[in-house]
Ligand binder design. Structure first.
Ligand code: AMP
Ligand code: GLY
Length: 428
């Protein structure tokens, strides 16, 4: 099969690595990819939001399947455009159509979906500029901290957690008057959930599903989970506080009602569902849905999957995922994300990277890198994820950190405490 993978980050590098191992994969293209994805296929420059250009490419290269990494092209209807064209509608797309992508594209839609299908989540109300005063009153009925969410996609910055009531009201006003553009013309205010977070991943054909390995990611820039939010600084899979009993609750209370809910609402859905969960004293609550895999979670999930991922994708395409199960390694996989100095604020691009030849026992998943005539240079805030498998977390982390030490570039930064918060959960 010829496969086109859309995206350019560490997630796509991990997907490309896994897809390229499939006996079913003849040719893999990555659009636009990065210096790492070029090891597993051919990088091509295609704007995923220019649907005509993508469709022409599908026809010209006789593509048999499209796998979409990020949410934006899905929310903007790439899958719908491929389906709407006689010449491309036979090509399966892994990633939902616009309607299903609204689970991530609109927080209000996602919350209403969860309420409709009795899926445990924080209580909420949605407000628009016309109901600003009601929003302020609603805040007064809640206890701090206050959780304000821009309805639409806001590049991961649309969620604010605020301790002070007056500040929360002021933020609500700013959001409704365009702080995040159209994305915050509706704002969801919800109850604060306290607990510990994890990411659960489901692959579905819209009827049946398989649950992929779960993971925990580390969102803050600073050690001890301090400082600004980032795209993710590291990840660990499996998650020790997500034992069989907890995961059973997740499956019965969240995964099944989600897939059944999509069917009841007549929403076709082929692709990944990433469920951001809070473990609140052993009870799972949904924080958010994403319609894609997580990044950097994919960099620890893919290495643990032993099944052929393209075989699973084909089953999704043909509505026979019910025939499949997924084989998962018992090993632990950890990844440490190396970032550019200054990230998530302003940072340099174009710094030469060295030390790749010294790396052993880890898998390098490039995030923001580019191949130039001088060699591989940094090309983003998150630069490269160093993933390792081990018999346990400490063994996996030791390999990753040993290899992180080999990779050099100006201003490199990484967190030294990935997975540390999990230590207490391993004790019997
Ligand atoms: P999101 O952009 O929806 O992933 O939200 C960003 C982060 O905000 C999440 O990963 C959580 O850490 C936090 N968060 C979102 N909603 C809540 C909530 N209701 N209670 C506590 N934390 C939340
Ligand atoms: N790691 C969280 C995300 O991909 O949204």
């Amino acid at each position: 099969m010829n496969i086109l993978l859309i995206g350019s980050g560490g997630r796509e590098n991990a997907l490309a690595w896994k897809i390229s191992q499939s006996a079913k994969c003849t040719k893999l293209f990555i659009a636009p990819g990065n210096a790492g994805t070029a090891n597993y296929g051919t990088n091509v420059q295609l704007d995923p939001n220019n649907h005509d250009v993508v469709k022409d490419f599908l026809i010209k290269e006789k593509i048999d399947m499209v796998v979409v990494g990020p949410e934006e092209p899905l929310v903007k209807g790439l899958h719908d455009a491929i389906l709407a064209d006689e010449k491309t509608k036979h090509i399966p797309v892994i990633g939902p159509q616009k309607q299903g992508a609204a689970l991530e594209g609109s927080k209000e839609f996602a919350k209403a979906f969860m309420m409709r299908h009795n899926i445990p989540t924080a209580q909420y109300k949605a407000f628009t500029p016309a109901t600003l005063a009601d929003g302020e009153k609603f805040l007064e009925t809640l206890k701090a901290p206050y959780v304000l969410k821009a309805d639409g996609l806001a590049a991961g910055k649309g969620v604010l957690i605020i301790n002070d009531l007056d500040e929360a009201k002021s933020e609500l006003r700013q959001m409704l008057s365009g702080k995040f553009g159209a994305a915050s013309s509706t704002v969801v205010i919800e109850e604060y959930l306290s607990g510990i977070e994890l990411s659960v991943f489901v692959l579905t054909d819209g009827k049946s599903y398989v649950i992929l390995p779960e993971a925990k990611d580390y969102k803050r820039i600073g050690e001890g989970d301090t400082g600004l939010n980032t795209g993710g600084m590291g990840a660990v899979s499996p998650v020790p506080f997500a034992g069989a009993e907890f995961m059973k609750k997740v499956e019965e209370r969240i995964v099944k009602p989600t897939v059944n809910g999509l069917q009841k609402d007549n929403i076709p859905y082929k692709g990944f569902i990433f469920i951001g969960l809070m473990n609140c004293d052993g009870e799972p609550m949904v924080i958010e849905y994403n319609v894609r895999m997580g990044d950097p979670e994919t960099e620890v999930v893919m290495p643990r999957i032993e099944s052929d991922i393209v075989d699973l994708f084909c089953a999704v395409a043909d509505n026979r995922l019910n025939e499949k199960s997924i084989a998962v390694s018992n090993n632990t996989c950890c990844t440490v994300m190396m970032v550019a100095g200054g990230y998530p604020g302003s940072y340099n691009k174009g710094d030469l990277m060295t030390g790749f030849d010294k790396v052993k026992d880890s898998i390098l998943f490039h995030a923001g890198t580019k191949l130039t005539s001088d060699g591989i240079v940094t090309n983003g805030g998150r630069v490269i994820a160093v993933s390792s498998l081990g018999a346990n977390k400490d063994e996996a982390l030791a390999k990753s950190y040993a290899n992180v030490a080999h990779i050099e570039y100006n201003g490199r930064y990484f967190r030294r405490d990935i997975g540390k918060d999990l230590d207490k959960y391993y004790q019997k």
